[in-house]
Design a protein around this ligand. Structure first.
Ligand SMILES: *Cc1c(COP(=O)(O)O)cnc(C)c1O
Length: 369
């Protein structure tokens, strides 16, 4: 069986974690935390890094910085993970959706403009499966309408938009370091910002809003969203190898494309001229004309030893939001189609050329090419 993802753990991960264990710095105090924050921020061209326990809460504390009132709106793609929408709904604000771009599967930036209202406070672009969102039009709209940009770059470590790093373009830029992300800490996340006040606010929110001068005196409620020094140690070691990891991911992406590009019933990942795709996951979308959907395609690939994962189901199709009467009657045809016809192939950083060959052979057999 070829797994969808396997992490690659190197000798420095082990060495740094051992240092934590041997010195006793195993909680969220310790030098690896600050180093991981500073180095990741620098890598992305940002000033402050605030580590947290996962990418979901990274989005949560980033959104919390905006002090949204109920009814305030944040424009985001329907085609993304639930974490993005729930960071907005859980504080009573309203996600306003746009469809996916049929080529990149990222938010359709053309649709953002028409969704701006007097209640819009922020835009949340999400770089999907390693391909950047077309950020310039979003940044221009944000400047014009005085909106905050919250980037979700969980799937785009090392990806670039016009030569600038994803996660270095918005006001509050969120990352996950879950085990299947390009840099992993097992579980983990971070928010980057250039705004010192946001940075301080988020450091407080992740740490129960303890105060510096009077620790157990609270003027606001926070959470324990702290990352441990052990996890940051792994992250720092992973970060030392990021260029190599990004190179490996791109080789993987190109190897798949080389082998699959002749199959007319498959849509392969895009790489726009302004983009550096890091192929976080190698997604493919099956033509409707095949009479097969992604569920059936995945079942047949599994029978040939290839594990896959389905694409996201759009936020407007989620029962949990339909129950709340959110997005009632809204349709996003691109997201609806790729949710049904898309899946991703084994794409881990540890994947071998042999495994890519086997995956592609299975795809070809199932499709009869
Ligand atoms: C993985 C991911 C998250 C959530 O991160 P967790 O660490 O799993 O909570 C958020 N956004 C996107 C786009 C992701 O891919």
């Amino acid at each position: 069986m070829i797994p969808v993802n396997e992490p690659l753990i190197g000798p420095n991960e082990i060495k740094y974690v051992l240092e934590c264990l041997q010195t006793g710095w195993i909680s969220s105090e310790g030098h690896f935390i600050r180093e991981f924050e500073d180095h990741w921020a620098a890598y992305c061209g940002m000033q402050y890094g605030i580590t947290v326990s996962n990418g979901t809460v990274a989005l949560q504390i980033a959104v919390a910085c905006l002090d949204l009132d109920s009814g305030d709106e944040v424009i985001m793609p329907t085609f993304t993970i639930i974490s993005c929408a729930q960071a907005i709904t859980m504080i009573g604000a309203k996600p306003v959706l746009v469809d996916a771009d049929p080529g990149t599967w990222c938010m359709d930036v053309e649709q953002v403009k028409s969704k701006i209202s007097s209640r819009t406070r922020a835009i949340m672009p999400v770089h999907i499966y390693g391909h950047p969102v077309d950020m310039d039009p979003i940044l221009a709209l944000a400047r014009k309408h005085n909106l905050i940009v919250i980037e979700d770059a969980a799937e785009a470590h090392g990806a670039e938009y016009k030569g600038r790093k994803c996660g270095g373009l918005g006001d509050l830029n969120c990352f996950s370091f879950y085990a299947n992300k390009i840099i992993t800490t097992g579980e983990g996340g971070m928010v980057l910002t250039n705004n010192a006040a946001y940075a301080e606010r988020m450091r407080s929110l992740r740490n129960l809003c303890f105060q510096k001068e009077r620790r157990f005196y609270h003027t606001e409620l926070g959470n324990n969203f702290r990352l441990t020094n052990l996890q940051a140690a792994i992250g720092l070691a992973q970060l030392e190898r990021i260029e190599d990891s990004v190179r490996k991911k791109r080789l993987m992406g190109h190897a798949y494309t080389d082998r699959l590009k002749g199959i007319p019933v498959l849509q392969l990942p895009a790489e726009e001229s302004w983009a550096k795709n890091v192929y976080w996951m190698y997604g493919i979308v099956l033509d409707d004309g095949t009479g097969m959907d992604a569920v059936e395609f995945a079942r047949r690939l599994y029978a040939k030893g290839v594990m896959t994962r389905p694409f996201f189901l759009g936020m407007h199709e989620q029962p949990v939001f339909q129950k709340k009467r959110l997005f009632h009657g809204e349709r996003y045809p691109v997201a609806e189609r790729i949710a049904r016809q898309g899946l991703y192939l084994p794409s881990g950083i540890a994947i071998t050329e042999d495994q890519i060959d086997q995956s592609c052979a299975a795809v070809k057999q199932v499709l009869g090419y």
